[in-house]
Design a protein around this ligand. Structure first.
Ligand SMILES: CC(C)(COP(=O)(O)OP(=O)(O)OC[C@H]1O[C@@H](n2cnc3c(N)ncnc32)[C@H](O)[C@@H]1OP(=O)(O)O)[C@@H](O)C(=O)NCCC(=O)NCCS
Length: 162
């Protein structure tokens, strides 16, 4: 069905389709990563190798012409915890529930795979992300880990059981 125009005659934005990353997405994913984390993006080759290792656990939000968000998850082969290695939404789409949607779907897939614990790290100053993770049941019992990502790069390590 064609969406109804708004009162100003504009079309509402297209709904975002949540799907797994394909090999053909890697370039767009690298661009998205640079847009969301301009200071320290994962380079293309790291995204490529994450895709090689964990293709089913990399999810994107697609509006039909561009990627608008992603979550990257890695699971070790030894029954250890899975890690959320990246989560991001383009600035224009933030605050609309997309981050929560991606995280919930990632957690649903991990639970279905029999994963029992999920970890992640977050900048202790990143309130929006911390509030989101806490609302999804993550806790940071160990507090801030100093220099976790190298000198001066403290991180909050958060965990939740599935
Ligand atoms: C963190 C991020 C992924 C959240 O995505 P989002 O789509 O904007 O978040 P949602 O709309 O799904 O909001 C989910 C919850 O997060 C919390 N939240 C989101 N934005 C917030 C803000 N600016 N301040 C406080 N809490 C916020 C709220 O609890 C919200 O739930 P509510 O809407 O029911 O109150 C997004 O802000 C982002 O991409 N930031 C830059 C990249 C980043 O920091 N990634 C995380 C790295 S660890």
């Amino acid at each position: 069905m064609t969406p109804l125009p708004t009162h100003r005659g504009e079309q509402p934005p297209p709904p975002l389709h949540l799907r797994g990353v394909t090999e053909g997405d890697l370039e767009a994913l690298a661009l998205l990563e640079r847009e969301i984390f301009p200071e320290e993006p994962y380079p293309y080759f790291v995204l490529r190798q994450m895709y090689d290792l964990h293709p089913g656990h990399l999810l994107v939000l697609d509006d039909g012409t561009a990627l608008k968000g992603y979550v990257l998850v890695a699971t070790p082969p030894d029954d250890g915890p899975s890690w959320v290695l990246g989560l991001g939404i383009t600035r224009d789409e933030r605050g609309r529930g997309h981050g929560r949607r991606l995280m919930r779907e990632a957690l649903r897939r991990l639970r279905a795979d029999g994963v029992r614990e999920v970890c992640l790290t977050v900048d202790p100053a990143n309130l929006a992300a911390i509030v989101l993770y806490e609302s999804l049941g993550f806790t940071a019992d160990e507090g801030v880990r100093k220099d976790y990502f190298g000198p001066g790069a403290d991180r909050l390590v958060m965990r939740r059981s599935l």
